[in-house]
Ligand binder design. Structure first.
Ligand code: XIL
Length: 460
């Protein structure tokens, strides 16, 4: 990839025949769309996390663990959580008849890639088999069902899973217990029972209680805090608290680090277990920049507390996220886009883990202006001027979408590719720096017919 790009850049600057150039442009455009190349030269997140002794995980779907999805899941993350495969409804859809295929596949994949597995989840009100939810059970029967389920599932993976989300989403927003099959049948003590059963089935797994909207200090997280405190006091086995962190753009709670710290001070670990940050679609560069800042804020809140073991994203690509189907009109919540290209959020995670990449500065301090400098029958020459005031750039990328079928034929002082109507130009090796108060200009030739409207250029 790198050498192809360098070749193209050199070729463009030496001004070789257009036919050769166009072939190069088309080929590279296609490669850019399909390969997760943009991060290939960077240190994988899992290596950065390992150097800090932290977890960087992702939820996965077993059937997708091949090709690019499998490559990224295996190379960038040091922990996996089955997104659905270990839920009761997945493993025992009919009473007494089990389906472990996807769960086994994910555990095998993780072991082959030197990754931890976070088991998810044993006792929950959702995604239970209908035979369980539709049955009418005495307390004794319910207790037996729960304990047997835990013994069987935790026992199956004994010694192989690092962690279990034993109890999921036990609380309402106001801090009262959620009225579930388990709470209604067994009272709040179902939580202690479940933890005790899990410890018996695999003494080496770290046992967690997991919930959402408990990232900051609020009524729900305080109820969870009080529960964990009392479990610890009673000697009930509990090792950690999972903060799901299904967050909304621009809404990382300001008390997140303080909240993580108060749990840590109880003598338990904390993990960010299901991180995603959703936005109203369509995404744009301002939203993606905000999202990167949000991801970084979450990572930093965790990394500031030694007992915060790390973070797991709830799907690493926008093409495998639960958000669009759950929150209509929202999406783009993960660190990779739908074509597996790393987004600013990816770089923000890398940076929080000590990676060398820098998040691009806010682009509003730097602007890009497109102009047509000359035009003839079927051709034109254009330029883009990137100017900064109030910020500086150490590298840049300018992109636009032609509105009338224009086609780039040649570029100089930038490395440009065109895919469909979309042109993306990155700085040449010698002009990546745009100082505060300075500018850089690159130029190009193109063909047009009918009309040659000026497109809007996005910087970032
Ligand atoms: C979600 C899955 O990602 C979806 O595929 C499924 O349809 C519903 O559940 N909290 C949790 C996760 O603990 O198990 C949920 O996962 C998301 C919310």
């Amino acid at each position: 990839m790198r050498s192809l790009r360098t070749t193209l850049r050199t070729t463009l600057r030496t001004g070789l025949p257009l036919g050769a150039l166009l072939t190069g442009v088309a080929t590279i455009g296609a490669l850019l769309l399909t390969a997760p190349a943009a991060h290939a030269a960077e240190t994988p997140l899992r290596d950065l996390a390992a150097a800090k002794g932290k977890v960087i995980g992702t939820a996965v779907t077993g059937s997708k663990l091949t090709g690019t999805y499998g490559d990224i899941a295996g190379s960038e993350f040091n922990a996996l959580t089955p997104g659905n495969a270990m839920k009761w409804g997945s493993v025992e859809p009919t009473r007494g008849s089990f389906n472990w295929a996807e769960a086994d596949q994910i555990v095998d994949f993780a072991e082959a890639h030197g990754q931890q597995v976070r088991g998810h989840t044993l006792v929950w009100h959702s995604q239970n088999p209908s035979w369980l939810t539709n049955g009418s059970w005495t307390s004794a029967e319910l207790s037996q069902l729960m304990n047997d389920h835990i013994a069987l599932e935790v026992g199956r993976y004994k010694g192989r899973l690092a962690t279990w989300d034993v109890v999921n989403e036990a609380f309402n927003e106001d801090g009262t217990y959620r009225q579930t099959l388990w709470y209604n049948g067994l009272g709040a003590d179902y939580i202690a029972q479940a933890l005790t059963a899990a410890r018996a089935a695999d003494p080496s797994a770290k046992l967690y209680i997991n919930d959402y909207n408990v990232e900051g200090v609020n009524a729900k997280s305080t109820a969870l805090y009080n529960l964990v405190k009392s479990l610890k006091e009673r000697g009930v086995p509990i090792d950690g608290v999972g903060l799901q962190a299904h967050l909304i753009l621009g809404q990382v709670p300001s008390t997140m680090q303080q909240n993580i710290q108060r749990f840590a001070d109880l003598g338990v670990d904390v993990a960010i277990t299901e991180l995603d940050i959703r936005m109203q679609l369509p995404s744009d560069s301002a939203k993606l920049t905000q999202q990167a800042a949000d991801y970084k804020a979450v990572m930093n809140a965790c990394l500031a507390v030694s007992r915060c073991v790390g973070a797991t994203v709830w799907g690493f690509t926008d093409s495998d996220s639960w958000v669009p189907s759950t929150f209509p009109g929202q999406g783009a919540a993960t660190p990779y886009d739908e074509n597996y290209a790393p987004k600013p959020a990816y770089h923000a995670i890398a940076e929080s883990l000590g990676g060398g990449t820098t998040t691009p500065p806010p682009t509003d301090a730097c602007t890009a202006a497109y102009s047509v400098t000359s035009q003839w029958n079927t051709g034109f020459t254009g330029q883009v001027r990137i100017a900064c005031s109030g910020a500086a750039l150490s590298s840049w990328k300018a992109s636009w979408t032609f509105g009338a079928g224009q086609q780039l034929t040649q570029a100089w002082n930038a490395s440009c590719t065109q895919s469909g109507a979309t042109v993306t130009c990155s700085n040449a090796s010698y002009n990546g720096t745009v100082p505060d108060g300075g500018s850089v200009t690159f130029g190009f030739n193109g063909s047009w017919s009918g009309s040659n409207p000026v497109p809007a250029v996005t910087l970032g």
